[in-house]
Design a protein around this ligand. Sequence first.
Ligand SMILES: O=P(O)(O)OC[C@H]1O[C@H](O[C@H]2O[C@H](CO)[C@@H](O)[C@H](O)[C@H]2O)[C@H](O)[C@@H](O)[C@@H]1O
Length: 559
Amino acid sequence: MLKEQLEWWRTATIYQIYPKSFCDSGSKGTGDIQGIIAKLDYLKTLGVDALWLTPVYSSPMIDNGYDISDYYNINPEFGTMADFDQLLAQAHQRGIRIVMDIVVNHTSTEHAWFQSALGDRNSPYRDYYIWKDPVDGAEPTNWQSKFGGNAWALDEATGQYYLHLFAKEQADLNWENPKVREEVKEVINFWAEKGVDGFRLDVINLISKQQDFPNDDIGDGRRFYTDGPRVHEYLQEISEAVFQQYGSVTVGEMSSTTLEHCLQYSSLDGKELSMVFNFHHLKVDYPNGEKWTKAPFDFHQLKSIFNHWQLGLNGKGWGALFWCNHDQPRVVSRLGDDVNYRIESAKMLGASVHMMQGTPYIFQGEEIGMTNPGYTSIDQYRDVESTNMYDIMVNQQGVSHDEMMAILAQKSRDNSRTPMQWDDSDYAGFSKAQPWLQVAENYKQINAKAAVADQNSVFHFYRQLIQLRKEVAVITDGDYTDLMPEHDRIFCYKRESASQILLCVNNYYGDEVECHLPEGLAVVSGECLLSNYAESMKAAQQNSFTLKPYETRIILIAK
Ligand SMILES: O=P(O)(O)OC[C@H]1O[C@H](O[C@H]2O[C@H](CO)[C@@H](O)[C@H](O)[C@H]2O)[C@H](O)[C@@H](O)[C@@H]1O
């Protein structure tokens, strides 16, 4: 495979679509593939290179498609295979690639394999899943499901338990079984053969479980299956059999991983994956690792995590750069100020990740500064994790309803899943019918139509960020240094190559702050490529200046 074919993604920006919430081409209240096709020109205007579609396969939708019941068919809720083929062709015509989401840590319990395995120890598919006998009449281990409760569910007919690291309707596959690995290759091959350009691999670092299945006396079990004993071997096997044959771009979602493992997953020799998602920078508002609390974010921790990963991967591996996805609250509500400085803080946050080394991902709506919806009733939530956690915390642990509503308003995955705000018409132009999840009330002000029409919008700022990556080489290959690691308000980093220096200076707070860049930097000869304040673009650049609330400046200095 030619190097250029393999590496288009190093200067690319990838846009994530959550199809259920993107655009309804009809009046169902749920988005679909025809809706995506209708918005391809919008995405072309934004300038993104590829679309990552979260799962559109057949599914009972307990976890919105992350519970696949047939890998070879499209969920009728989203359309048909003909619609998908049309999307692929139409996207390719516009020079936009398609990345599919592959969920092979688990299948839906409605998948034919599981249906055959359930209740029948002699089924040829029994060993596709992980079964254990009870221990002392109860679950085999104390491992916890990521969605709450024990991770084992009882198959009453056989008296054995099956493992489900997520919902009980998502049974973990047994990757120790070579037949499972052959099935996975066949699935990926099917989509690659269709012309799909790449794959996002869901929680792929959880596929190899420690085979003695010990009880976890100090945790929830994750240390026995995260980055497990055979995970690199499995990925190399799949990569050699499929990804390398097709030159597919691959991004692994790495749950609770380490830099050491990610260096191997994304090693430049291309033996495993192109790049990795890690989530450590999104846990800076999880005090002591606890997601289900209401807490401000830790700015020093955030910078130190970015530094660890930028320096650690540099020249050896490759990471995905992102704030938002379908599992995370909206970043402008989370780390910015969605009331007083929505536009400024959305732009600053965008700049501060897009100028790092890696491949940026934009989650639908992020490019127009969409916010958390601020739901106030439990009936407004749809996400299985949120409703499970409400039940556990309020009904079993005694947390008050009001407290839990405040936590969900900050932490629920539904915060990002609200329908895309296209315009100021009913239901934000997402659908002609009542959407499956309530639209955020601010859609009359915050919507794509208004953003495209306004040259100062978050949309046009993101468009410029995407363009800069293509034009300024140091953004792709420059070394990274945090110039002010101890500063309480400013995140200022330098990217440097043999011929260029790029500074990305960011005020993370809503007050003005004095910024003093190191004197050795020839900032006066630099050019401000982008800022969220017009005055800063025009002014001569200095080593010392005042940063306005949530100000960002991207300064290029030729060497
Ligand atoms: O928070 P981490 O332990 O680092 O894990 C990362 C994410 O993992 C899970 O997300 C993915 O798998 C789920 C099951 O297929 C699916 O529900 C989700 O939509 C996928 O993106 C987890 O659910 C997320 O909360 C974590 O952020």
